[in-house]
Structures are given as C-alpha cells and as structure tokens.
Design a protein around this ligand. Structure first.
Ligand SMILES: [Zn+2]
Length: 413
C-alpha cells in the first residue's frame, strides 16, 4: 500500500505561508491559506475522498464513507486549522528534521541565539530517539496546526486504503483563521453532518482537552471634562486619572494572568485609549464557570463606580461582550465523546492527560453551535514561537488515535 506519512505531508504544508491577518475582512483572511486549502482538496481527491470541496468562505469539508455494514454508526469529525499565528513570521519556513534526537541542545542555523534546550523543555527531553522537526530560526514552524492537518490527512489515507479498519462515516474539515478568532465564524455545522468532532490542535502525546475558559470582553469608559489646562482650576476632570485610579484598585495579589493558574480565573486590562475627556479601558474577563464571569464583572463595576463616587461631574459606563464559553457545559451532556477518546488512546498505549485549557479553541464555539468538539494532541510545542517543534513519532501517534477512535465508534455502548 502506498502511503504518505504525516511527516512527509507536514514538511510540505509548512512551506506555504498561511499566516492569518486580522486587518483583512475576507474569509479566508489571506491568499496563502487558500493555496494550502486547495492543495488539501487535491490530495483528498487523490486518495479517493470524492466529495472533498472548498466552500466560498475557505472551509474544506470531506467525507470518508463508512465501511460495509457501518452506515448506521454516528458520523464523527476531525478538524484542524490551516492558518498560522500572525504574531510571528511564517514567510519562507524552512523545516529541518533532526533525526534520532540525542538529547543535546538544538541550535537553529539561521539564528545562533535560537536554541532549543532540553534542560528548559521537559517535553523535548522526553523525545530522545525520535525525529524532531524545527524551523530554521527566522520563522515559526507552523506545527500549530499543520501537525493536526498532517495527522488527519495521514489518517484519512490509512482509512481509505485499509478495509480492515472498520468505521462509520468520517467527516473532515480544514478551517481558516483560527488564530484571529474567526475559525468557527462560517463553519456550517449542519452541512458537516457529524454527531461530534475532535480538533487536533494540542501539544504532548495524550493531551485530551474538554474544558476551556468562559470568556467575556469588557469595556469601561470614564468620562471627565476637558478644558484649557491654563484655566482649568475647579473645572477640569481628567478621565485619564480616573482610569489610572481604577487600575491601581484592581487586586494586586490575585485575579490576574500573572498571578493565576489551573482553574483560577482573572480580569485583565490590556488596552487603554486615553484622553482627558474620555478614557476607555478594555479588559478580558475569564473563568471556567460562566456564572463567575458575572461576579467578576459586577466587581469591576463596583471598583470603577467607587472611583467616581466623589466626583459628580464624572461618569463611567460599561459594555460586556461575550467571547466564548466553556465547552464542558456542552460536553457534560455527551460523556461518550470524551470516553471514546480516552479509550482510543489507551488502546494504542497512551495514557490520557486531561487538563483545562486556559483559553478557548474553535471547539469551544463549535460545541455551542451544536457540534460537541473536544481537543486532542497533535504533537505541537512552543506555539507561535521561533522555537516551535514537533516530533514525527508524536504525529504518528495522533494518526493512530484517530484511526482507533473511528474503530471505537463502531462498537455498541
Ligand atoms: Zn492552533
């Protein structure tokens, strides 16, 4: 049987610059993504996945038909995003394979300061004997999420060519613009037609993620009164000073990104647009319990209101916009989706590692759009960095988990 390994595929996919771009209003946001998406459609056709198609928003969807006697098995989906982070150059990525890794420092040739050190990276230290892929020092690698794309493609080829692997209908989607938060915007859940799905966009072997933050964006706007500073006595009210007072009242010893971990939430001021007349502070509000978001927002409102309490000429108002919600709120109603992933990992000799994501994934939004979607490992490390790396053996394990998961869903529970 001819088959193309996840590694071979990965090395091709990463050479295409697919950085997404927040400033663009098209979907996909950049033409490079379209180049890769079109390539994936051609490759799916080449392995016999006849219905693979690219839609007008840059989403590739495809179906691997069920094996004989398994048409009634629920359709399950696998999803990966083709874009890479715009925060780091992705132009001219030169992937380098370090075969049979010996545990020493890896110096990236295009920048001697870019060094991967196993002493600082336990995940790398655990890779001795494996084939590690890095970029050359000037760009990201694009393991996030082309490792996931390559694993899904290799698994698709395996399923198409091996009739001994029973499975129901298997749905595949490659999506654009995840890194700029638009990955689920035009995802047609109905058309996809899966009962549940798995994103392959995680790190170390065994990672199984089904809890994410619930997230709101909050804007606090202070209004003061501006006038000529030479003649401002008893008249001017400086909104910048009000905002500064508000920020210093935020907790110093907790409730912030720099002081929390695990299941702890936070409020995080990240942008200030300041003038004397009007100053806005933008904050991220995060917690694993959606109900706790409301408490944190009420807390912010109280702090800001206290700031202006002694100044009747000032005012403050608040705007809250929901960003995404903890996927667990959906997945708790579909325990099989997680349980079958655990089982598939155990069957290929992997111990599941379950931990909460201190962020969101496309799966967080897809779950609330009616497609329960936890996240599985794809072997990505050092996301969005010049020091990004993947291991070929980890990608192969992701392929094995996909195949085993497809098999598992044919078994009655
Ligand atoms: Zn990703």
């Amino acid at each position: 049987m001819i088959s193309t390994s996840a590694l071979e595929r990965f090395l091709r996919y990463v050479t295409i610059d697919t950085r997404s771009d927040e400033r663009s209003h098209s979907s996909p946001s950049t033409p490079g993504q379209l180049t890769l998406l079109q390539l994936l459609v051609r490759e799916l056709h080449a392995i016999g996945v006849a219905d693979a198609a690219l839609d007008e928003h840059g989403y590739v969807m495809a179906t691997i038909p069920a094996t004989e006697g398994h048409l009634g098995v629920p359709a399950i989906g696998f999803i990966a995003h083709v874009d890479t982070s715009p925060e780091m150059s992705g132009d001219g990525v030169r992937p380098i394979v370090h075969p049979d890794y010996d545990g020493t420092d890896i110096v990236l040739p295009d920048d001697p300061d870019a060094v991967l050190r196993p002493t600082e990276d336990p995940a790398l230290a655990a890779q001795i004997g494996n084939d590690i892929v890095t970029a050359s020092g000037k760009t990201l690698l694009g393991g996030d999420d082309k490792a996931g794309v390559a694993a899904i493609m290799a698994a698709a080829e395996h399923l198409m060519r091996n009739s001994d692997a029973p499975h129901g209908p298997v749905k595949i989607a490659f999506t654009p613009d995840e890194e700029i938060g638009r990955g689920a915007d035009h995802f047609d859940v109905e058309k996809f037609g899966a009962a549940c799905a798995y994103t392959l966009d995680g790190g170390s072997v065994g990672e199984l993620e089904y809890e994410s933050f619930s997230a709101d964006a909050m804007t606090v706007t202070f209004r003061g009164f501006n006038t000529h500073p030479g003649y401002a006595k008893d008249r001017m009210v400086n909104a910048i000073k009000l905002a500064a007072d508000f920020i210093t009242r935020l907790p110093q010893d907790g409730m912030s990104p720099e002081t929390t971990e695990g299941y702890e939430g936070f409020v995080h001021p990240y942008v200030i647009d300041a003038s004397v007349e009007r100053t806005t502070v933008k904050l991220l509000v995060r917690d694993f319990a959606t109900s706790a978001l409301k408490q944190r927002e009420a807390f912010i409102e109280r702090l800001a209101s206290e700031v202006i309490a002694g100044e009747p000429r000032a005012s403050v108002d608040f705007k809250v916009e929901p960003s995404y919600r903890n996927m667990r709120e959906v997945l708790d109603a579909h325990p099989q989706v997680i349980e079958r992933a655990r089982e598939a990992m155990r069957r290929v000799g992997i111990t599941p590692i379950e931990k909460p994501i201190r962020g969101g994934t496309d799966g967080s939004r897809l779950s609330f759009m009616g497609l329960p979607t936890p996240n599985l490992f794809a072997g990505e490390h050092n996301f969005h960095s010049r020091l990004e790396w993947v291991s070929a053996q980890d990608m192969d394990k992701a392929v094995a988990v996909i195949v085993e998961l497809c098999k598992g869903w044919t078994e009655k529970r």
